[in-house]
Design a binder for this molecule. Structure first.
Ligand code: AMP
Length: 175
């Protein structure tokens, strides 16, 4: 089984020129989903991770499965305005404008060892902001795990420059 064959590519979605890498087809595949979760955690098996930080929304599905696998907790990283309790937030640049990610103020504590999980890393803006959030809260980022890497957009290099080890299961050339 080749996991890459289970990812569907949709050209020109959500706008012209974007190749959307749709991982729902991979998650629908029982053995494919199982192996994806196993492989996302594999390099971190020996580290003492205390919680997963999953990025809205596909990172919730994957991060929840990873957290269950490791018998640890799950921290929801959400877009601005969605969390009901007090939050801390970090703003980051988009192609046009800015966005903001948030966590609950009491979801990460000093000394926590966090693994960040999302489906795909492109420019790395979302994951870099999440790294900053965890560090602002006093936690340590043990690594970041994604199914898909788009290396031309430089996200992996950006995270590695921040001192975050990056795990990806496959890469696609182009955007
Ligand atoms: P970035 O912050 O640029 O690394 O973007 C990562 C986020 O955008 C992830 O949560 C992805 O789900 C989404 N994303 C960016 N580019 C794509 C793409 N080509 N196909 C699917 N999702 C994408």
């Amino acid at each position: 089984m080749n996991l890459k064959d289970l990812v569907r590519t949709i050209p020109d979605y959500p706008k012209k020129g974007i190749m959307f890498r749709d991982i729902t087809t991979l998650m629908q595949h029982p053995a494919g989903f199982r192996r994806t979760v196993d492989e996302m955690v594999y390099p971190f098996a020996g580290s003492s991770i205390t919680a997963i930080a999953g990025i809205e929304a596909r990172g919730f599905i994957l991060g929840g499965a990873v957290a269950h696998q490791l018998s640890i907790g799950f921290v929801a990283v959400r877009k601005k305005g969605k969390l009901p309790w007090q939050t801390i937030s970090v703003e980051y640049e988009l192609e046009y404008g800015t966005d903001e990610v948030e966590i609950h103020i009491d979801s990460v504590e000093a000394g926590d060892q966090i693994l960040i999980v999302d489906d795909l890393i492109a420019t790395g803006g979302t994951a870099a902001a999440t790294t900053q959030l965890v560090r602002d809260a006093g936690g340590e980022v043990v690594g970041a795990s994604f199914i898909v890497d788009l290396p031309e957009l430089g996200g992996r290099a950006r995270l590695e420059e921040m001192g975050v080890p990056v795990r990806t299961l496959m890469s696609f050339e182009g955007e």
